[in-house]
Design a protein around this ligand. Structure first.
Ligand code: C5P
Length: 227
């Protein structure tokens, strides 16, 4: 059993969520999807009708939002003011707006604090948690015992995202997904606060040629110290 923190970072479409959740399950650990938290705040912002360039308004909505995270890997979920929004946060409107919302420093501060207390709750006095995101190894949990940074070619990532959308019943247009993946990469990698970046002590894994099962088994090897 895992005692401690595993950080899994990288851009979207690398197999990150499937592998992180599968790893948590295999290790009997908790699972935290930090991207879901940024998405939930984005959903709240869209519902409140705040303009995406109004940083003060965005931070205010984030501060008023009651966010609940379920961290069991068999049934992870996000509650917005008590209501499960796990479907809604995957919709195109949220995906299109989330990078702007996650670039606001006050919102990152708020969510990083929440993430750290969720991590503490799962690991103290003992226990384990697999945490996935963009800045887990660099900012949220720089003391994580294992840090993995997943990459894949833009083509492979757009392909996976399209397949995932189709599998989950969302309209899947390859061109649009491709453009969206590229745009979010640029925004997430170039923002001033906590940009997407590999931690110096992370293990990097290129998943371009790997199946989701292979990504998971590689992560299990690393977590078992067989890396
Ligand atoms: O992982 P996912 O694609 O659901 O993340 C959605 C967005 O949330 C990312 O594109 C990024 O803008 C933001 N994010 C972040 N920091 C994290 C996790 C996600 O800025 N740790």
């Amino acid at each position: 059993e895992l005692n401690g923190i595993v950080a899994v970072d990288g851009p979207s479409g690398t197999g990150k969520s499937t592998a992180a959740r599968g790893l948590a399950r295999a290790l009997g650990a908790a699972y935290l999807d930090t991207g879901a938290m940024y998405r939930a705040v984005t959903l709240a912002v869209l519902r409140a009708g705040v303009a995406l360039d109004d940083a003060t308004g965005l931070a205010r909505v984030a501060g008023e939002t009651r966010l609940g995270m379920r961290t069991h890997p068999d049934d992870p979920g996000v509650l917005l003011d008590g209501v499960d929004v796990r479907q809604e946060i995957r919709e195109q409107e949220v995906t299109g707006a989330v990078s702007a919302v996650s670039a606001v420093p006050e919102i990152r501060e708020l969510l990083v604090e929440r993430q750290r207390s969720l991590i503490d709750a799962s690991t103290r006095p003992r226990g384990g948690i697999v945490v996935e995101g963009r800045d887990v190894g660099t900012v949220v949990a720089p003391d994580a015992g294992l840090k993995v940074y997943l990459t894949a070619s833009a083509d492979a990532r757009a392909h996976r995202r399209t397949a995932q959308d189709a599998a989950e019943g969302r309209p899947a247009d390859r061109e649009r997904v491709h453009a969206d993946v590229r745009r979010r990469d640029t925004l997430d990698s170039n923002r001033a606060v906590a940009p997407l970046r590999m931690a110096e002590d992370a293990v990097s894994l290129d998943t371009t040629e790997l199946s989701l099962e292979q990504v998971l088994s590689r992560l299990r090897e690393l977590a078992d110290g067989r890396g």
